[in-house]
Design a protein around this ligand. Structure first.
Ligand code: GLU
Length: 428
């Protein structure tokens, strides 16, 4: 994250700009600029050495007019209430733009999960649920994984909630492991959703995907599956990925000019997204500095790490060749960088449209939990494709009809849907 970016202010600035365009009523604007509810709590955890450590946790429910609040829980050492507020706000717009009947929420714990043992992690996630269980639920607020959390942790959270309410309640949380109430296709969903958006953008721009190159920032869940999708679905070439090296405490870019093999790189990556660079070098990959991904001569740039990565400084490093920026991360582009992207005419696929594949399959997971009937992976992924394609074109049409930038168009589609639901429920 760039040090001078407050992401919640950034989310509010983006919203304010579009509220002006939509001439939103001042009271509606004031209502939507802030979360509906937020919970701050302390989680005491017994560590393996017998001592107690107290962690700070948050859950923010930004809006639930279109359905239960929905959104992941992040475990990150630099987590703040403002990051969680921003991410919860973006979830409201994300679910609305994807047209799924859910609102926006987000949770967080200030912790580096890589410093915990498996048993400590389990006690921490169970402790998180013990603090918040009364305020979440399949019809209230449905958490999911995000940066630093994974399906196993979701499984423990679901188990803890089910024990506390005395009923098996798989629908309280999504992103659970397959076989433990999870949906096939959920792991791949966010990355594949990014690629479905890229596919539609390339078609719109008249570009042949098999001739296209891409560069990815990050090598966690989203980036790994976006890399696979770029290579296998689009037949394009990914020439680099960057990652955070936990041991060296800095990032690196791992590249190969004739195209990386995502499956190989995944096979040498740990659960926190750190690539074994000695093995990468031995296999003929170049290991460059962490910023190298941003200045590569590629057609598609895919920031799939944390917020604030394309900012006033870094945006000027983007190559003239770049045609599309596909925002797999939440909030990767600051308003200053946005202005440059707009001016240069790069086609931007905004975050809450581009990465909506994850929450879309989370929605499908909840539907399957409710029915207690599970779909095949093909069925899930084809439903995902349909939803994402429709969402992309709703935003593109808005952008073309109203002659606005794609991010503003996505906001216009999303805000209009949320405001309509508020009217229909008699809130305004
Ligand atoms: N954490 C993911 C996101 O930011 C998924 C949220 C969910 O599935 O609820 O979209």
């Amino acid at each position: 994250m760039s040090s001078n970016t407050n992401v919640f202010e950034m989310a509010q600035r983006q919203f304010d700009g579009v509220a002006d365009l939509l001439k939103l009523d001042p009271s509606v604007r004031e209502f939507l600029r802030w979360p509906l509810r937020e919970y701050h709590f302390r989680i005491p955890v017994r560590m393996d050495d017998g001592t107690i450590r107290v962690f700070q946790g948050f859950r923010v429910q930004h809006n639930d007019v279109r359905g239960p609040a929905k959104g992941g829980i992040r475990f990150h050492p630099a987590e703040t209430i403002d990051t969680v507020r921003a991410l919860a706000t973006w979830m409201t717009w994300k679910c609305a733009v994807a047209d799924i009947p859910l609102g926006g929420g987000k949770g967080g714990v200030i912790v580096d999960p890589a410093t915990l043992s498996g048993a400590e992690k389990e006690r921490l996630v169970r402790g998180y649920i013990q603090q918040i269980w009364k305020n979440i639920g399949p019809r209230q607020d449905v958490p999911a994984p995000d940066v630093g959390t994974n399906p196993q942790m979701m499984g423990w959270m679901m188990d803890e909630y089910s024990k506390l309410v005395g009923q098996y309640t798989p629908g309280v949380i999504t992103g659970k492991p397959v076989g433990g109430g999870g949906s096939l296709g959920r792991t791949e969903a966010t990355g594949y959703g990014v690629i479905i958006n890229v596919r539609e953008a390339l078609k719109y721009l008249g570009l042949d995907s098999s001739q296209c190159t891409g560069a990815l920032q990050g090598f966690g869940n989203v980036s790994q599956h976006a890399a696979i999708g770029f290579v296998e679905m689009l037949k394009g070439k990914v020439i680099c990925v960057s990652y955070w090296d936990r041991e060296d405490r800095c990032s690196y870019t791992v590249s190969k000019s004739d195209g990386i093999d995502p499956h190989f790189l995944i096979s040498i990556t740990d659960q926190y997204g750190t690539i074994d660079k000695a093995k990468a070098k031995a296999a003929g990959y170049a290991v460059e500095d962490g910023d190298a991904w941003i200045s590569k001569d590629v057609d598609v740039l895919m920031p799939c790490a944390l917020e604030g990565q394309l900012n006033a400084d870094s945006i000027h490093k983007v190559s003239k060749k770049v045609r599309i920026i596909a925002e797999g991360a939440n909030g990767p582009t600051t308003p200053e960088a946005d202005a440059v992207i707009r001016e240069r005419g790069i086609f931007d696929i905004p975050d809450f449209l581009c990465n909506a594949g994850g929450v879309t399959v989370s929605y499908f997971e909840g539907v399957q939990n409710d029915m207690n009937f599970y779909w095949s992976k093909e069925e899930v992924l084809s439903k995902l494709d349909e939803k994402m394609t429709v969402a992309f074109h709703a935003v593109l049409d808005m952008s073309l009809n109203e002659k606005v930038y794609m991010r503003d168009a996505a906001y216009m589609v999303a805000i209009s849907r949320v405001v309509k639901a508020m009217q229909l429920r008699g809130w305004i």
